[in-house]
Ligand binder design. Sequence first.
Ligand code: URP
Ligand code: ZN
Ligand code: ZN
Ligand code: ZN
Length: 458
Amino acid sequence: MKHYNLIIKNGIVVTTEGMYKCDIAVKDEKIVEMGLNIEGEADKTVDASGMLVLPGAMDVHTHLQMPFGGTVSADSYLSGTRAAACGGVTTLFDYPVQRAGGTIMDLINSKKEILEKDACIDWASHCCITNLNDGAILKEMEKAVEEGITSFKCFLVYKKENMMVDDGTLARLLLRARELGALVNIHAENPDLIDMYTEQFLKEGKTGAWYHYLSRPEFVEAEADRRAVHWAKHLNGPLYVVHMADKEGLEACIQAKREGAEVYIETCPQYLEFTCDVYKREDGRNFVCSPPMKGQESQDALWQAIKADLIDTVATDHCPFQSYEKDWGKDDFTKIPNGCAGVENLYPYMLDAANKGKITFSQAVALCSTNPAKIFGCSQKGELRVGKDADIVIYDKNKDFTVSVKNMHSDYDHTIWEGKKFHGYPVQTYLRGNLVYDNGEFTGKPGMGKFVKRVPKK
Ligand code: URP
Ligand code: ZN
Ligand code: ZN
Ligand code: ZN
């Protein structure tokens, strides 16, 4: 008799191609068999009758314990990955930032030390490059790629945090990434326009959260999107545009894809759910992130592109701050730390959209798991298939759930998702066959998460 560690029986498995009834058998953390009526002994058998069985989500955009905006983001590597597990995320990507003069591998290794101890799910790092160190970084990128760090991020904004890079740096990174089979991620907004508007509004005494939006409206993002894809196209460099929020920039990226450029588009649940009107609210500062939520037209364009499979991934940009930190900017929007929570809400949000018929379950799986795994070289993740890691979410289409800061598993004290109602919710999350979330409870342990060594494109 065959022996397995886990059999999940009678569920409906969701892939990017469709949905079908299928059992899954797991041994030594891998999926080893899939089919109808799998026989054999198992340490544990789960009856998933009436449930959907999905690959664990990959949140490829988070900022955990990140020094930013005069403080540090509110989720640690422990609490952020714990919350992720409870939202059906089994792999999380962090964005460590190179500090002045620093090397890539020193930065990554310093994070590895913490994550090996604290991570509750599997993890990878994109490396944010802020300075090429006279070309030394371009050289070091080869070593980084060998070590499984295959994506590098440029901020085209955040001058005052010393994170911004100039266009020459972006161009060099695009060319080098092409040589190495790596990918350049960008945060696209125009910093000079933001400075111009900010200065004007502060002078005029216009200091509320609404002016955060007005200082970086649609065309400010679109200009930088256009610039970046123009370069990606002409330099033949692979580009991944993070947190896409505006219609014109989206259209520019889609056009570049059609012309054959290697351009990928990520958006986030907050841009799909909220518009810039939130900045008129009394608690508008809690929604301050960059780029800001945009107008209805942009939101409609994002949904349309998702439905047409023109957006590649949905990730969260999880970067929460505590209320007292958001309050620093009560009377001056420039003092509000930028960022919002989301890591526990990503999969429930996209699956809720599927459950309501807005998109298909296969699309939700593609956007949150299969596409990010492929784009970022996680060959063992992103699909329920024999040989892959047994990262599995069991989803109850009939379970109702209302988000409250009280039922989240993060360390923040408020969430922009407060009161959001989901029809359908994850009931169990398995990380490589190990139960890490069970009906409202985190059941994993810090240190369970492993580094995901990624493979470059070649
Ligand atoms: O407001 C945001 N998005 N904060 C996190 C840093 C970034 O720009 O992604
Ligand atoms: Zn950003
Ligand atoms: Zn971000
Ligand atoms: Zn309901």
